[in-house]
Design a protein around this ligand. Structure first.
Ligand code: CDP
Length: 227
């Protein structure tokens, strides 16, 4: 079975996809991590990110692998561990421009499809239900109010607990602006834009707990399995 979860940043895709994958014993495909890896490696190599041909050449040559043997999945780019590098605000700011290049998308598409290769998968991203796995058994499009999504992203960056009110407000303003800019690029690019597949179930997570969303998706998956 393939479960596709698409949606904008901070909608809860990763958390929910992780829980579903471990509950069902499925493999989890984090397609965003692959786009992040291309963006980070190109920047780190000093490639001009406006030079589409150079970025696409690097994406074509890059080997991206997931190491799931430890407690936390690691992302390897040509064997180098980039797990933390791809989650920084600096990578957040460049990833959407890089992932809008059609050549980058076609470099990653075969790897994403090969990841499934007859296995049960929970895949998360922006175009999973529309492009990567158009025949997925269940497609969910997860959304949430932008301010709530920004709040979640700021809190994620402070595992030690919420910062003081002034810092929180400052980071919230910056994160909201970054996130809306990324949504704008992702939703309006020519190839594989962020959108719900026609047959996706849309779920707004703004006022719901993670458990409530997971329960709803488990219910949907069980219904599909019974069909
Ligand atoms: O975790 P977050 O929602 O912030 O982002 P992500 O899923 O890691 O994706 C990072 C970026 O990669 C997105 O903003 C998109 O620009 C791009 N992406 C994409 O174009 N297609 C996908 N299937 C997944 C991610």
């Amino acid at each position: 079975m393939i479960i596709a979860i698409d949606g904008p940043a901070g909608s809860g895709k990763s958390t929910i996809a992780n829980i579903l994958a471990s509950r069902f014993g499925y493999n989890k495909l984090d397609s965003g991590a692959m786009y992040r890896t291309v963006a980070f490696i190109c920047a780190d190599d000093g490639i001009d990110l406006n030079d589409e041909d150079a970025v696409v050449r690097r994406a074509d040559a890059l080997d991206i692998a997931f190491d799931t043997t430890g407690p936390r999945a690691r992302v390897l780019a040509d064997g180098r561990d980039v797990t933390d590098d791809i989650r920084t605000p600096a990578t957040d700011r460049i990833v959407s421009a890089v992932s809008a290049y059609p050549g980058v998308r076609s470099a990653l598409l075969p790897c994403q499809r090969a990841f499934a290769n007859g296995r049960d998968v929970v895949a998360e991203g922006r175009d999973i239900g529309t492009v990567v796995f158009p025949d997925a058994d269940l497609k969910v499009f997860l959304t949430a109010d932008p301010r709530e999504r920004a709040r979640r992203r700021v809190l994620q960056r402070h595992p030690e607990g919420a910062p003081d009110a002034t810092t929180m407000e400052r980071e919230l303003t910056q994160t909201l602006a970054d996130l809306e800019r990324r949504d704008e690029i992702d939703a309006h690019r020519a190839v594989a834009p962020l959108r719900a597949a026609d047959d996706a179930v849309s779920i707004d997570s703004t006022a719901h707990t993670i458990d409530e969303i997971v329960d709803r998706i488990v219910e949907l998956a069980n219904e599909r399995r019974a069909q």
